[in-house]
Design a binder for this molecule. Structure first.
Ligand SMILES: N[C@@H](CCC(=O)N[C@@H](CS)C(=O)NCC(=O)O)C(=O)O
Length: 214
């Protein structure tokens, strides 16, 4: 059985968990925090989470894990069947992660963890987020799902990353940059949150956050 390792505050952990749930794949969860210990580096090459343990060995990088799960468990598909539509779905995921979340991540130290981020970094990140979110607004369909008329891996990723980027941008800039650039996101989030597995991930995240930040 797949063992999902990490902790439920992480949006990358929750992305992998949501996909496992949506695809109805049996899995166990093991709470693991990032570190540079030899024991963890033997399971995850950079000491990062999430990673999964399979009967064949460990696998890191959430997007690689998603692709592996889709190929190994195709019964409940989370990517469109048509190859161009599938590529468009992956394009959305890539933009969400590379051009939005990875920039916002530089704010988490202050937004989430009680540290500080310099004004220079805040200005730099704001510039990148404005560009990334405007680009995403051009790609996102919301008809009613982010990639079109079916629920896909892009929704799993978008729902989690929008939450973190909204929260961080509100804390740092006093404005929800996600909703500012993509107003449809407000009702989209509510729509996605009607899904039972999304509700489960959100509830577990709330508990994990309360424990982590107490
Ligand atoms: N690209 C990675 C990102 C994973 C990631 O950054 N995980 C964070 C927790 S949310 C982590 O382990 N950080 C520790 C570190 O950067 O050393 C993925 O998609 O799995």
């Amino acid at each position: 059985m797949i063992n999902l390792c990490g902790f439920a505050v992480s949006n990358y952990y929750n992305k992998t968990k949501l996909v496992l749930l949506e695809k109805e794949i049996a899995f166990t969860e093991e709470e693991v925090f990032p570190s540079q210990t030899e024991a963890l580096l033997n399971r995850s090459p950079l000491g990062k989470i999430p990673f999964i343990e399979t009967e064949y060995g460990c696998l890191s990088e959430s997007q690689v894990i998603l692709e592996y799960l889709e190929e190994t468990y195709p019964e409940i598909a989370l990517y469109p069947a048509d190859s161009f539509e599938r590529a468009k779905c992956r394009e959305l995921i890539q933009h969400l992660e590379l051009n939005v979340e990875l920039h916002a991540r530089r704010l988490y130290k202050e937004a989430l963890f009680g540290g500080t981020v310099s004004d220079e970094v805040k200005a730099e990140v704001k510039e990148r987020l404005d560009i990334g979110l405007k680009g995403l607004a051009r790609l996102a369909k919301f008809s009613p799902y982010i990639a079109g008329d079916s629920y896909t891996a892009a929704d799993c990723v978008a729902w989690l990353h929008f939450y973190m980027v909204s929260m961080a941008s509100q804390k740092i800039y006093g404005t929800d940059l996600v909703v500012m650039h993509i107003p449809a996101v407000a009702s989209y989030m509510q729509f996605i949150e009607t899904r039972p597995h999304v509700q489960k991930v959100a509830a577990d995240r709330e508990v994990a956050m309360a424990n982590f930040f107490k």
